[in-house]
Write a protein that binds this ligand. Structure first.
Ligand code: ZN
Length: 288
């Protein structure tokens, strides 16, 4: 079975993790830019970090035959240093057009402050105006309120729902997506997020349409094998292989294929039908 982990912070992981992931069948990852564990004080450290995700991390993954793309942004937590966040945003667009950058993310709310809302709105507009995908983080505390506020802002900014992945959902936020076209992420992460059992129960209750599962593994106590564990549990509890592969492989490809910077894995070209012809034309011309 082919497996994709569409949210994992490989920047914070070792090469041993890459090896374990490759052995467990993970062939592709998305590595979103995030908070590094301590506050940054200079815009230049963000730019160096973006270069690292676009370059070195991609090469490191390739050594294990893992396809690597990243998403870039000012993350919600660091949005609270407004002067710094605005300075970083000045040059963010240069990085967003680079090959292997497939979305703006993670953006959204952490503590749900006014500063976070300002930087979230600016990046949502940037995505809307440049036709880029958005990867949206949702807060750990007051999650349902945070998701409701997130959906209201995205609607006000006129962002196209099917081009947004809203991540870290739980049983209490799933009903908010009824009747929408948003892609909905579930994070299987020890202690603070979902267990494999809870994720599989949500998949059973809400179905697999536009559902995405990830590990969000980082420097915290987390598990780079969360996605294979979900796949294994699904098979054990009655899902077919076709259904499991749809969740852990096809769905992230369908979502990220909307980005012209996404290199569709070999053998998955049929999943990329939703690509926009106009954008693809631009890419082909760029190659010529
Ligand atoms: Zn994350």
């Amino acid at each position: 079975m082919r497996i994709f982990d569409p949210h994992i912070h490989m920047y914070a992981r070792t090469t041993d993790d890459y090896e374990a992931m490759a052995l467990a069948g993970i062939e592709a990852v998305i590595d979103p830019s995030f908070w590094l564990g301590s506050a940054r004080h200079y815009a230049g450290t963000f730019y160096d970090y973006f270069e690292h995700l676009l370059g070195y991390e991609n090469e490191r993954a390739a050594m294990y035959n893992i396809s690597h793309h990243c998403t870039l942004s000012v993350n919600p937590r660091e949005a609270n240093d407004l002067a710094l966040a605005n300075e970083v945003l000045e040059r963010l667009p240069e990085y967003l057009s680079r090959p292997r950058c497939v979305a703006i993310g993670e953006i959204g709310f952490d503590r749900q402050t006014e500063a976070e809302e300002e930087i979230f709105r600016k990046q949502a507009r940037l995505g809307r105006d440049r036709d880029l995908l958005l990867l949206v983080h949702t807060p750990h505390q007051y999650k349902r309120l945070g998701v409701e506020r997130t959906l209201k802002i995205l609607a006000e900014e006129g962002v196209e729902q099917r081009r947004v992945l809203i991540d870290h959902n739980t049983e209490e936020t799933m009903p908010l997506f009824a009747g929408t076209e948003y892609w909905v992420g579930l994070t299987v992460y020890p202690v603070t997020k979902l267990s494999p059992e809870r994720a599989v129960n949500i998949a059973r209750q809400y179905g697999l349409e536009r559902l995405i599962v990830n590990s969000s593994a980082d420097w915290g106590p987390s598990d780079v094998l969360s996605v294979p564990k979900v796949a294994h549990l699904m098979l054990k509890t009655g899902f077919s292989r076709v259904e499991v592969e749809r969740l852990v492989w096809e769905n992230p490809i369908r979502f990220y294929s909307q980005s012209p910077n996404f290199a569709v894995p070999v053998g998955a070209e049929h999943l990329a039908a939703s690509r926009r012809p106009s954008l693809l034309e631009g890419v082909r011309e760029g190659v010529r």
